[in-house]
Design a protein around this ligand. Sequence first.
Ligand SMILES: O=C(O)CCC(=O)C(=O)O
Length: 244
Amino acid sequence: MKRKPKSDASQILLGTTKNPARRYNLTKDGKSWVECFPLPGDERETRRRLMACKPLERGSVVMRGREVPLPRYQGIYGRAYTFSGKTHDVEAEMPLVIAEFLAWANTTKYVTDRADGFTFNNVVGNWYMNGHQYIGAHSDDERQIKVTAKGETTILGASYGAARTIRFRPKRKEGTISKLDLVLEPGTGYVMGGTTQRTHTHEIVKVSGHKGETIPPRISLTARCFTGSDGKKPRKTIESGNYK
Ligand SMILES: O=C(O)CCC(=O)C(=O)O
């Protein structure tokens, strides 16, 4: 009898940030990774301040030539960001709670341990009002953010409010690249580092049905280092995955 060839399916990792401060390698060579850690400060108070600056409109993206609303509220601070067919302009003002987050992000080892002048200069805020709101699988457009000579990028995230799952999926099926489902508990920081944007997509998983309705709001802030000048369009816009 012919044996079925051994599946080449990716390893599936499951994680939670209940006990943060750990690194998950997404590739066997350890070049793509996610690290999580407890955030400083009072989570409830930060969440309250962030809820007070939720954008009024959901905003939109362009998918297959059509303008469609984002399935969450989103604000861009510091530098404009082009994705999914359009340039998302910065909000007129950066709320103090977001400016404080950006200043803190620039004191972390992800900045201070580097000798290349890397500084976070942009924050994307996402407000997911219940489990039905999500962000689809995507990876960051490396033409807009700082990439090292080794092809590494650093994106620092912070999660407040409801615990939600961030899912990392390998872009290639073959090999030993892992899929990771990481439950982000309130008050957790995470860094997507190394070559993660090249090898994996990430998303906040949608929770459908009644269960989704009952999930309280979650707010995330992600800090990036943009290399272009403010509001300048990159050479091309991206339409990566179903980023919406
Ligand atoms: O809400 C999150 O933690 C993820 C945000 C995200 O995927 C992004 O900013 O690219």
